[in-house]
Design a protein around this ligand. Structure first.
Ligand code: MHO
Length: 216
């Protein structure tokens, strides 16, 4: 049961949070993602009044399956951390939750700088408060796929939708971030109709005909 795992949490900013919500959500060992605003001082930010905050994705993960170091490496591989941020809203940002995370983040950043002989612009600082973004930003890619959205909205409340490990995974998979073996292995566990299973496979470049022996 995924909910009973001992999880740890990572918080990253790397541009518009819709993309990383899906790319991190699809990773093996990532249990849940949620998007929000963090890194600033202003109280109660909203999308239309973000103040000095940055769009961030908060990632709950099982450290037995994926390490913080791996997540930080994926973070750096997922955006251009050498470029000056377009704005504070889209800053490259690592908000650490403890001293161990801080050390790892600094180390990975310094290794990257040494390797590429360029300054990394990522700001690394302690997480203060994470403000959950508005409902419509959560699992945005999934909410855009109306047939998947309607299917799950019928089964659960908005709160469950935002917090469900299954929904984070599906959001990653509908964005096309699913690893082939992962999807084929897990597709039976998402309470999808046959038609939606086939659609999910197609969205990840897998021919549903290839899957009949595993997926049913
Ligand atoms: N304004 C961009 C990015 C949205 S992201 C939540 C867009 O509409 O695609 O900042």
């Amino acid at each position: 049961q995924m909910n009973e795992l001992e999880t740890e949490t990572a918080t990253f900013g790397l541009g518009c949070f819709w993309g990383p919500d899906g790319s991190f959500g699809a990773l093996k060992g990532v249990v849940r993602t949620r998007v929000g605003y963090a890194g600033g001082e202003m109280k109660d930010p909203r999308y239309t009044k973000i103040g000095d905050h940055t769009e961030t994705v908060q990632i709950d993960y099982d450290p037995d399956q994926i390490s913080y170091r791996e997540l930080v490496e994926i973070f750096f591989n997922s955006h251009n951390a050498f470029a000056e941020a377009y704005s504070r809203q889209y800053a490259s940002l690592i908000l650490y939750h403890n001293e161990e995370q801080r050390q790892t983040a600094v180390e990975v950043k310094e290794n990257l700088e040494a390797e590429r002989n360029r300054e990394v612009k990522t700001v690394i600082k302690e997480l203060d408060r994470f403000y959950l973004a508005e409902n419509y930003h959560q699992k945005f890619r999934l909410q855009q796929k109306t047939e998947f959205r309607d299917h799950y909205f019928e089964m659960m409340s908005m709160e469950e939708f935002i917090n469900s490990p299954t929904i984070s995974k599906i959001n990653g998979y509908v964005s096309g971030n699913g690893g082939r073996d992962e999807i084929i292995q897990n597709i039976g566990e998402f309470a999808l109709t046959d038609k939606l299973q086939e659609e999910l496979l197609r969205l990840n470049g897998i021919d549903p005909a290839e899957c009949t022996t595993f997926c049913k």
